[in-house]
Design a protein around this ligand. Structure first.
Ligand SMILES: [Zn+2]
Length: 118
């Protein structure tokens, strides 16, 4: 592994977003390279400071999530549409007072047919 490759992976390692096998290869390089050791120490310090800063942020005021839930009842939470003018598939997740139904429909030449309701 070159220093350029190692330094490209160091931010991912510091963010705990690197696979175990890639991390092992990176650490094998860092163990032999003082330049990359300094980069890793700095990235780890920065990552630690960022996590600590986020941990100090106050949470949402009490009642916020209930307020959001009350305002989103009946609204789609997620909708995914795939396709073209000829055929398409639409999936959506809604919010009701009793749950989050998932529905899907298939459209062919503009004609929509429900195919899923959970
Ligand atoms: Zn290096």
């Amino acid at each position: 592994m070159t220093c350029d490759q190692a330094q490209g992976l160091i931010p991912l390692y510091a963010a705990r977003a690197l696979s175990e096998s890639d991390g092992a290869v990176l650490i094998a390089h860092v163990a032999q390279c003082t330049v990359c050791q300094a980069e890793l120490v700095e990235a780890m310090r920065l990552g630690h400071e960022l996590r600590a800063a986020f941990a100090r942020l106050p949470g949402a005021p009490e009642g916020t999530w209930l307020s959001v839930a009350a305002r989103t009842v009946g609204m789609p939470l997620l909708q995914v549409d795939l396709g073209s003018e000829v055929a398409g598939l639409s999936l959506s997740v809604g919010a009701t007072r009793t749950g989050t139904p998932i529905t899907g429909s298939l459209s062919i030449l503009g004609r929509e047919m429900p195919v899923l309701r959970i």
